[in-house]
Design a protein. Structure first.
Length: 225
């Protein structure tokens, strides 16, 4: 499914400017609902500048209105302007992240040995020589390499990693593992949001009762059998 060019910035704009649910925003932007919650609560690692998907020709106002009217509706993205993509050569990795590559490679080798060196190289943006050296423990810095999730390190996205794992598992004839680590967090978050809405509704009803004033009792009402 197509995604906005800048998913986190787009999610920030949708949170601030629409009444779409977190589920709808997460689905459209290709994010986890907890990431959208963090953006809404301003607990993300950095404050994001919102990116208007309407001006970017990725979404229409009519589509947003459909979503606001039906929380089960899933937004459909327009075909935006063609994006410039690298078609050859390894994936570019910021200099600050390059020192983390060996740790990410070691994690994939340990947890998903079915993934080929070529696939790892494309995912992480490294060479077969480096991967082979880590695999056979001949890497010059092997003593300091600690396997770490490449998604946590910021070397790739969870979606890209999951797709690669599923593809490699299918090719190897094994069942792809299912990541359920965030299921509990998701359910807890949804339960908390539901509880907040229910409490707000109760508070509103209580306010209406207070505004209507106390009931005045008379002798007839007190002693009526």
């Amino acid at each position: 499914m197509a995604q906005p060019l800048m998913p986190h910035a787009t999610a920030s704009w949708l949170v601030d400017n629409t009444a779409l649910s977190f589920d709808q925003i997460a689905d459209f932007c290709g994010l986890h609902i907890l990431e959208v919650q963090a953006i809404a609560d301003d607990t993300a690692s950095s404050k994001l500048t919102g990116r208007d998907p309407v001006r970017a020709h990725e979404l229409t106002l009519e589509e947003i209105e459909k979503g606001q009217a039906d929380s089960d509706y899933r937004l459909v993205m327009l075909k935006g302007p063609e994006q410039v993509r690298r078609t050859k050569g390894p994936r570019y990795t910021p200099v600050s992240k390059r020192q983390d590559k060996p740790d990410g490679i070691a994690w994939i080798i340990r947890n998903h040995p079915e993934i080929s060196d070529g696939a790892i190289g494309k995912l992480i943006g490294t060479t077969r020589t480096t991967i082979a050296a880590i695999r056979d423990r001949s890497h010059w810095n092997i003593a300091n390499i600690t396997p770490k999730d490449p998604v946590t390190l910021g070397l790739t996205s969870q979606r890209e990693l999951d797709a690669l794992v599923a593809k490699a598992a299918k090719a190897a004839g094994i069942e792809a593992p299912v990541d359920t680590r965030l299921d509990g967090d998701r359910e807890a978050l949804l339960s908390e949001l539901r509880a907040q809405r229910e409490q707000a509704a109760r508070d509103a009803e209580g306010g209406d009762a207070i505004e209507s004033g106390p009931v005045e009792h008379t002798a007839d009402t007190l002693f009526k059998s």
